[in-house]
Design a protein around this ligand. Structure first.
Ligand SMILES: C=C1C[C@]23C[C@H]1CC[C@H]2[C@@]12CCC[C@@](C)(C(=O)O1)[C@H]2[C@@H]3C(=O)O
Ligand SMILES: O=C(O)CCC(=O)C(=O)O
Ligand SMILES: [Fe+2]
Length: 337
């Protein structure tokens, strides 16, 4: 990162700290660990989505080469001068972002690249500014995103089978659709200097608490800690990093499609004082026109009413972009009983 004047940094920090609400407590907890190469793990997957909305996946079959190649390109990008990185922005809504998250005043100790997996993002511009071979970064993102889509679909099909829903592609077809509104994000959390870490005697927020609006998110990070998930009782637990595994979380849309049976997990990232954290996240989303509603088969079986009003992904996304990061975005769409 470029060296900023102390005044600028202090202003940004006090803004980040102002947004910091809940105290950080660390509870030992076993995060579900799932071997997706074993077809028997379907029930475990369902249980993890019901209890936590979060789990760790091993034996994922994603070639290590895809991961390391993208990590290398991302590291090159984030270590280039700020003036160059800023040329790839501003976020519109895709491109480079620094400290500002979303359009409504949220901030964090993070810089990132946000891409649509479909739109023709201008890799050429991106790469020529960096002075790297455009093909390298484009290929690295494409290979990686394709592998994420495949894994996300495998997991969603196992979940449908675990829930005994037919056909098993009810969820995965939304990601397979050529109009699927999926995103890809590279987050870089620079080490946060000690004197700032201890500011107010609290940990600084890298990425504030939120739920992901999409169907499912697949996260891979380097070996730096920081990610925390919130348990139903409101306690935060730290997720030990593991660069060889993937962390999956249920998004708001999947919570709705399962009529609240699966939980969209609240999560956040704390800044680390020593090491930088690099994470790559694939957000699997439906086409804009898709109606997001509980699956009929889940309602009939349980003889239950839908907990949610009807809405399309377009409507939900618009509403999400009007919200603050920590807002309960689904609240607006819950039926009042
Ligand atoms: C305040 C914000 C910032 C949002 C939109 C809105 C509410 C939720 C945020 C996220 C969270 C998940 C990834 C992301 C890309 C998404 O789809 O929703 C984020 C997006 C952004 O970082 O722009
Ligand atoms: O960067 C991370 O580790 C998680 C960030 C996150 O939750 C997000 O971008 O939605
Ligand atoms: Fe997230």
């Amino acid at each position: 990162m470029v060296v900023l004047s102390r005044q600028v940094v202090n202003e940004q920090l006090s803004s980040i700290i102002k947004n910091y609400k809940s105290p950080s407590s660390f509870f030992p907890c076993n995060i579900p660990l799932i071997d997706i190469s074993n077809p028997e793990s379907k029930n475990q997957l369902v249980k993890a989505c019901e209890e936590f909305g979060f789990f760790k996946v091993v034996n994922h079959g994603v070639p290590m080469e895809f991961i390391t190649k993208l990590e290398l390109e991302a590291t090159k990008f984030f270590s280039s001068p700020m003036s160059q990185k800023e040329k790839t922005g501003p976020l519109d809504p895709f491109g480079y972002g620094n400290k500002k998250i979303g359009p409504n005043g949220d901030v964090g100790w993070v810089e990132y690249i946000l891409l649509s997996t479909n739109s023709e993002f201008n890799y050429q511009k991106f790469a020529s500014i960096l002075g790297v071979n455009p093909k390298d970064i484009r290929d690295a993102v494409n290979d990686y995103v394709l592998a994420m889509k495949k894994m996300a679909c495998e997991i969603l099909e196992m979940l449908a089978e675990g829930l005994k829903i037919h056909p098993k592609n009810v969820f995965s077809k939304l990601l397979m659709d050529e109009k699927s509104d999926s995103l890809f994000r590279l987050n870089h959390y620079p080490p946060c200097p000690d004197e700032f870490q201890e500011y107010n005697g609290r940990n600084l927020i890298g990425f504030g608490e939120h739920t992901d609006p999409q169907i499912i998110s697949l996260l891979r990070s380097n070996n730096t800690s920081g990610l925390q998930i919130s348990l139903v009782d409101g306690h935060w637990i730290s997720v030990p990093p593991d660069q060889n595994s993937f962390f999956i979380n249920v998004g708001d849309s999947l919570q709705v499609m399962t009529n609240g049976r699966f939980k969209s997990v609240k999560h956040r990232v704390l800044a680390n004082s020593v090491k930088s954290r690099l994470s790559m996240i694939y957000f699997g989303g439906p086409p804009l026109s898709e109606k997001i509603a509980p699956l009929a088969s889940l309602l009939i079986k349980g003889d239950q009413d839908s907990l949610y009003k009807e809405f399309t992904w377009f409507e939900y996304k618009n509403s999400a972009y009007k919200s603050r990061l920590s807002d309960n975005r689904l609240a607006l769409f819950e039926k009042v009983v």
